[in-house]
Design a protein around this ligand. Structure first.
Ligand SMILES: CC(C)(COP(=O)(O)OP(=O)(O)OC[C@H]1O[C@@H](n2cnc3c(N)ncnc32)[C@H](O)[C@@H]1OP(=O)(O)O)[C@@H](O)C(=O)NCCC(=O)NCCS
Length: 339
C-alpha cells in the first residue's frame, strides 16, 4: 500500500506503543520508504528511538525503511486542520490520523481503511477530473459523539452540518455520500451505508425508541431531571445496501434494511425493511411503487455486483454507467461490459 506520510498524534510515546492500531499499522509496513511523524504531548526521553526499537522488533523490514520524526502536538495543528471535524471534542490520541500529504486528504481510523486507500493509490488511476482526495468530511458537523467509530470507505463523504449521535459503528462505504444536514440519532444502533449510495439532504436515521410502557417516555440523559431515567428499547441496526439513492427528507426508523439498488422517494418514512432489490419506494409508510428494471436486468445487476469492481474497472467501464439499460437483453448487457 502507498501510505508514505503518516502522522500519528498522541500523549506519550509509551501510550502510543500500547495502541493496537499503531501496532497493526507498523505490522503492515512493507519495506517501502515511509515517513512517520509523531506529534506528542509529552516528549520526555527519546521517543524516536523508542518507536524505532519497538518497530524493529515487530517488523524489521518495515522498520528499516521507516523515517521517524517527532514534533510537539501543537505543531500538528496544520496537518490536522483538515481533520478537525473528525477530532472535534475528542482527545487527539483517540484516532490514528493518516494525512495523505502527497495525495490529498484522507481520514483513516483503522488499518483496514488505510489498506483500502493505499490499494487504490497503487492502481495509479488518475482521471483528471477525479481530484486527489480519499474520504472526507466537508465542513464541520455540528455534533459527532464518537468520531473514532466512523469508518469512511474510499471516496466516501459526509456533507456539512451532520448531527451524529452514535455509540456504535457507522460505516459509509466506498464512494458513498451522506447528504447535508443529516441527523443520525443512532445511539446504540449501528448504521451501515453500502457502496456508491447517495443520501440527499435532511436524512434522519433513528436508532432509538423511548420505552412507552414506563410511566413517562422522558429520556433525557443530562440536566436536572436525568434521574427520571433514560429508558429506551433495544432497537435493530440500520443498513442501506449498495447503489441506494435516498431522496430528500427521508426518515429511516430503527432496524430497517434497504436492498441493493433501491430508490427511496423524497419525504418517505421507512417503517419496515425495503426488501425488493432495485425497488422504487415512496410514501409514509414507504411502499413499493415499481422496480427500476425488469426482473432479468435486476438479476443481472445483482450478479455482476459492479460496486465491488476495482476502481480501474469502474473507470474503464464508464461508458456502461452512462447507458440506458432498461430495455437491454441479457446478451446486450454482457456485451456492454465485456465488449
Ligand atoms: C420516488 C421518485 C424517484 C419516483 O419518481 P417516478 O418514478 O417518476 O414516480 P411518479 O412521479 O411517476 O409517481 C408515481 C406515483 O408515486 C407517487 N410518488 C412519487 N414520489 C413520491 C413521494 N416522494 N412520496 C409519496 N408518493 C410519491 C406519485 O404521486 C404517483 O402516485 P399516483 O400513481 O397515485 O399518481 C420521485 O418521486 C422522488 O421522490 N424523487 C426524489 C427526489 C429527491 O429527493 N431529490 C433530492 C436531490 S438528490
Amino acid at each position: 500500500m502507498i501510505l508514505d506520510r503518516i502522522l500519528v498524534t498522541g500523549g506519550t510515546v509509551s501510550a502510543l506503543l500500547d495502541d493496537p492500531r499503531l501496532a497493526a499499522l507498523v505490522d503492515s509496513l512493507t519495506g517501502r520508504p515511509t515517513w512517520l511523524t509523531l506529534a506528542l504531548g509529552e516528549r520526555g526521553g527519546d521517543p524516536r528511538a523508542a518507536l524505532l526499537g519497538w518497530a524493529e522488533q515487530r517488523n524489521p523490514a518495515g522498520a528499516r525503511a521507516l523515517d521517524v520524526s517527532v514534533i510537539d502536538a501543537p505543531a500538528a495543528s496544520r496537518a490536522l486542520a483538515a481533520h478537525t471535524a473528525l477530532l472535534a471534542g475528542e482527545p487527539v490520541d483517540r484516532a490514528v490520523v493518516v494525512a495523505g500529504w502527497q495525495h490529498g486528504l484522507c481520514v483513516a481510523n483503522s488499518v483496514a481503511q488505510a489498506a483500502e486507500i493505499g490499494g487504490f493509490a497503487e492502481e495509479d488511476l488518475a482521471p483528471a477530473s477525479a481530484g486527489r482526495w480519499y474520504s472526507m468530511m466537508e465542513g464541520a458537523p455540528v455534533v459527532i459523539t464518537h468520531p473514532e467509530r466512523i469508518e469512511l470507505g474510499y471516496g466516501a463523504r459526509i456533507n456539512p452540518r451532520a448531527v451524529i449521535h452514535n455509540e456504535g459503528a457507522i460505516r459509509i462505504g466506498r464512494g458513498s455520500l451522506l447528504g447535508a444536514d443529516a441527523e443520525l440519532n443512532l445511539y446504540t444502533a449501528t448504521f451501515t451505508i453500502g457502496r456508491f449510495c447517495h443520501t440527499s439532504s435532511y436524512l434522519a436515521a433513528i436508532g432509538s425508541r423511548h420505552t412507552v410502557h414506563y410511566p413517562s417516555t422522558f429520556a433525557v440523559s443530562r440536566g436536572p431531571y436525568a434521574f427520571l431515567g433514560e429508558a429506551a428499547d433495544e432497537v435493530g441496526d440500520i443498513v442501506l445496501g449498495n447503489d441506494v439513492w435516498v431522496g430528500a427528507r427521508v426518515v429511516l426508523l430503527p432496524g430497517v434494511h434497504v436492498a441493493d439498488g433501491c430508490v427511496v422517494g423524497a419525504g418517505s418514512v421507512v417503517t419496515s425493511s425495503l426488501t425488493e432489490p432495485y425497488g422504487i419506494y415512496a410514501g409514509n409508510p414507504a411502499r413499493l411503487l415499481r422496480h427500476r428494471f425488469a426482473p432479468h436486468v435486476v438479476k443481472w445487476l445483482l450478479g455482476i455486483q459492479w460496486w465491488n469492481w476495482p476502481s480501474r474497472r469502474l473507470w474503464e467501464s464508464r461508458g456502461f454507467f452512462a447507458t440506458d439499460i432498461a430495455d437491454k437483453t441479457e446478451d446486450d448487457l454482457w456485451k456492454l461490459i465485456e465488449p
